[in-house]
Design a protein around this ligand. Structure first.
Ligand code: GLU
Length: 304
């Protein structure tokens, strides 16, 4: 069994990521799974190499060691199966198989046009999704894929899956987002597509991630099914919020692990702080990754 730690390359690690690491390495341990580390830098406009170096270095410094994939010191490798910006040729091949089966199409709608045409469709959806609903305007136009957004012909109907933490989940991608995008008109791969291609190729059988991505799961399952790949098990965990109740953001260096390190914090103090802030620990006493996982994830699987 293989799971993964798959940060996007949009900023520095913060306490929310430390909590996520505890869940990933903890739930992996509970399931005797190995952890691979891959860098999700499909968004080339936001990805910066210094983020990758800082993420891998802080992961190591905190004491979380991936069994496979990228690690501190390997960031200089020119090509990696575990860095999305190096995997374009693979995504291209998978896209070709979908194109051969007429399961994708080109779309030249701008975001503004979609907003205008979709009208109330997004808000009428019963599934909570932060995304725009695409009404299928270009589905029958036969536009080229090159130079246009590439959309997947979403299946009808509800997708039901079991989340290890949240139980039975029901989502209807057709109502949530409609035909979702696999590649944008600039040729950048989307998270949904790159993530599924990677999970399949890398043999990931267990996906542990924050609840903020729960809404993506059914559409990813549609891709797994279409590509005749086995669907992983899912576990979506609670997130860490700031004092104002907002999800922590990776873009603010001020809250980053690097900044806490510079101010003299030890890995144990940072781990203790993450557990306390998540409401899992009664105080912020320092803890090593192994004891934090044992005490708050393994021994109390119901508390999270
Ligand atoms: N790259 C995503 C993030 O950093 C995680 C995606 C996933 O686990 O599926 O939020």
């Amino acid at each position: 069994m293989l799971t993964r730690f798959a940060p996007s390359l949009t900023g520095y690690l913060h306490l929310g990521h430390v909590l996520h690491m505890l869940y990933v390495w903890g739930i992996a341990k509970l399931n005797s799974a190995k952890v691979l580390c891959r860098i999700e830098d499909h968004d080339l406009a936001r990805a910066r190499p210094e983020y990758e170096a800082a993420i891998l270095e802080n992961l190591q410094w905190l004491g979380f060691v991936p069994d496979l994939g990228l690690r501190a010191g390997t960031e200089a490798a020119p090509d990696s199966d575990f860095r999305q910006s190096d995997c374009s040729a693979h995504y291209e091949t998978v896209l070709q198989t979908l194109q051969d089966r007429n399961l994708v199409y080109g779309c030249d709608c701008s975001r503004k046009q979609i907003l205008e045409r979709a009208g109330g469709a997004a808000s009428a959806s019963s599934d909570a999704s932060p995304e725009l609903h695409y009404p299928g305007t270009c589905a029958g136009k036969n536009l080229p894929l090159q130079g246009n957004t590439v959309r997947f012909r979403t299946h009808d109907g509800e997708t039901i899956f079991h989340d290890l933490k949240l139980g039975e989940q029901r989502q209807t991608p057709r109502n949530q987002c409609g035909d979702f995008s696999l590649r944008d008109r600039q040729g950048q791969w989307t998270y949904q597509f790159a993530c599924v291609c990677d999970d399949i190729r890398q043999g990931v059988g267990l996906v542990i991630r924050g609840e903020d991505i729960l809404f993506s799961t059914a559409r990813q399952i549609q891709l797994f099914n279409t590509l005749e790949a086995s669907v992983p098990q899912y576990c979506h965990h609670p997130l860490l919020h700031d004092a104002a109740g907002k999800k922590l953001s990776k873009r603010q260096r001020s809250d980053s692990i690097s900044r806490m390190r510079e101010a003299g914090a030890t890995p144990g103090q940072i781990i203790g702080q993450a557990l306390f802030q998540a409401g899992l620990a009664p105080d912020s006493s320092p803890l090593s990754p192994a004891s934090a996982i044992e005490k708050y994830i393994i021994q109390h699987p119901r508390s999270w």
